[in-house]
Design a protein around this ligand. Structure first.
Ligand SMILES: Cc1cc2nc3c(=O)[nH]c(=O)nc-3n(C[C@H](O)[C@H](O)[C@H](O)COP(=O)(O)OP(=O)(O)OC[C@H]3O[C@@H](n4cnc5c(N)ncnc54)[C@H](O)[C@@H]3O)c2cc1C
Length: 463
């Protein structure tokens, strides 16, 4: 047999997940010097771009322009897009491996962590993932309802996703009216009665995970005051070392300066509190009515970091909605290793392992959030995907890639046809893109997204 990766026998790679990490992995493979390669890129949704479409906030449109890079990759004739094909449902991991010499999992972290406190299952208690997916028109979340008739909402966590959620709840809905926000979400936000967003962080201002730009954006909202108690914005003795990091110093100083402004006079308030842990979500008739919180003290964790310890002082704040933003985790896929503790696919340098300490599984790789867990911005995934592709190419060179049983171009097409799976092409996505933009133009929006897979499929049937 001809060597893999040569014109006589091109390397066939499947990438599962068409988010940033999947596209960056495809780009790295297609640009690899001296390699003859073809890439099949799968996504469970008919639409590509992962969290760039379904996660990044509608008021952060500039960030979404990164898709131009992915579109360039998709235009390469050596890449085929298979939209609306879900690994573990429409295809098994073995079926994919039999038709490709290597498989790269780029499936992200689509689930979230729970707080593990009483009342978390009450109506009105949701994950930020659900809320974000809802306002972004993600088909998984479009049918959810959020009671915005309540006066106050608690957002648990102080990372950038918590900032997005807080901003969307607190800003003037008209600011969003020209964006790609889902139409139903815009209507709900226009009618919102939310006046207070409690933003609750477990540790202090030096440990808050938001970036300086994200907290500054909250502080500059025209419709809401960022309110911080100056006494609570101080940095504890145990956290002083963190100020050596200029980014930490910047965001601490910003919050401390802002704390001097007091209550302000804007209609809405974002009340940022540090050293707080939720301990119970309280409800009546099955619905959230309040959140019981405990004040924390910060102590050294003995590893150079800081941990929060309950101080035994409790308080109850009335809220009608609780949105937890305490971390994302992956969703296990049948036939693909998954580490329950870390919540992602176990790997060494992007090579998938069955479990920590076990040898690499030949021909299986992972990139992006599925590899590292939910950390890093869109750009972080580029270097990370390049690193995984380097591992793959080193294995190709070392001759340790298991050649596919049938790597022919039509092997996957035949399999999908046999299984009666209708895969959408990138050309199909381009048609949807045009239709969304045209629908948006009618009301002055960037686009009006399709939010139901059935509507997308129906729109693609020739009239
Ligand atoms: C709410 C939110 C806002 C963010 N905002 C920003 C921002 O403003 N700026 C920034 O730089 N970064 C932002 N990020 C981070 C950024 O989105 C991530 O770094 C990036 O999307 C991770 O890329 P990924 O490809 O690993 O995962 P994802 O983007 O999640 O892509 C995973 C893809 O895999 C597909 N998939 C999952 N399971 C399967 C399966 N079984 N079969 C087939 N396909 C599957 C999914 O449909 C999805 O398309 C944000 C993240 C979140 C959660």
């Amino acid at each position: 047999m001809a060597a893999l990766g040569t014109p006589q026998r091109p390397l066939a790679v499947a990438i599962v997940g068409a988010g940033p990490s999947g596209f960056y992995a495809a780009e790295a493979l297609l640009k690899a010097p001296g390699l003859t390669v073809r890439v099949d890129l799968f996504d469970r949704l008919p639409t590509p771009f992962g969290l760039v479409r379904g996660g990044v906030a509608p008021d952060h449109q500039k960030i979404k322009s990164v898709v131009a890079v992915y579109e360039k990759t998709a235009a390469d004739p050596r890449l085929r897009f298979f939209g609306a094909v879900k690994l573990g449902c429409d295809l098994t991991a073995e079926e994919l491996a039999a038709r490709h010499d290597a498989v790269i999992y780029a499936v992200g972290c689509e689930s979230d962590r729970h707080m593990g406190i009483p009342g978390e299952d009450l109506a009105g208690s949701h994950s930020a993932t659900e809320f974000v997916g809802w306002y972004n028109g993600h088909p998984d979340h479009r049918g959810r309802t959020f009671d915005l008739s309540c006066g106050a909402v608690a957002v648990i966590g102080v990372g950038n996703v918590a900032m997005d959620v807080t901003r969307i709840l607190s800003r003037d809905a008209e600011d969003l009216s020209k964006t790609d926000i889902a139409g139903y979400a815009l209507d709900a936000l226009r009618a919102s009665k939310v006046k207070t967003v409690w933003l609750l962080g477990r540790r202090g201002p030096a440990e808050a995970a938001y970036s300086p730009a994200e907290i500054e954006e909250i502080g500059e909202l025209s419709t809401a005051d960022l309110v911080v108690d100056p006494a609570k914005a101080v940095v504890d003795e145990v956290s002083q070392g963190e100020l050596a990091d200029p980014a930490v110093k910047k965001k601490v100083e910003y919050v401390q300066e802002h704390a001097k402004k007091g209550e302000g006079s804007k209609e809405r308030k974002v009340r940022l509190r540090f050293r707080i842990s939720p301990v119970e979500i309280i409800g009546e008739n099955g619905r959230v009515t309040a959140l019981r919180i405990e004040k924390n003290e910060l102590v050294s964790d003995g590893k150079g970091g800081v941990k929060a310890v309950g101080a035994g002082v409790f308080e109850t704040i009335p809220v009608g909605l609780v949105l937890r933003s305490v971390g994302y985790r992956g969703i296990p896929i049948p036939g693909v290793p998954f580490d329950e503790k870390s919540g992602h696919i176990p790997n060494v340098d992007g090579r998938v392992v069955a479990a920590s300490g076990k040898p690499a599984l030949p021909g299986q790789y992972v990139v992006g959030w599925a590899k590292r867990g939910p950390s890093g911005l869109i750009g972080t995934n580029r270097a990370d995907s390049v690193a995984t592709v380097s591992s793959l190419l080193a294995d190709l060179k070392a001759g340790t890639l298991p050649a596919a049983t049938d790597a022919s171009l039509d092997a996957t097409l035949r399999l999908l046809a046999d299984k009666k799976v209708r895969a959408l092409s990138f050309a199909d996505w381009r048609k949807l893109d045009v239709l969304e933009k045209a629908a948006g133009a009618k009301t002055g929006k960037i686009r009006e997204k399709f939010t139901r897979v059935s509507d997308m499929l129906a729109a693609l049937i020739p009239q």
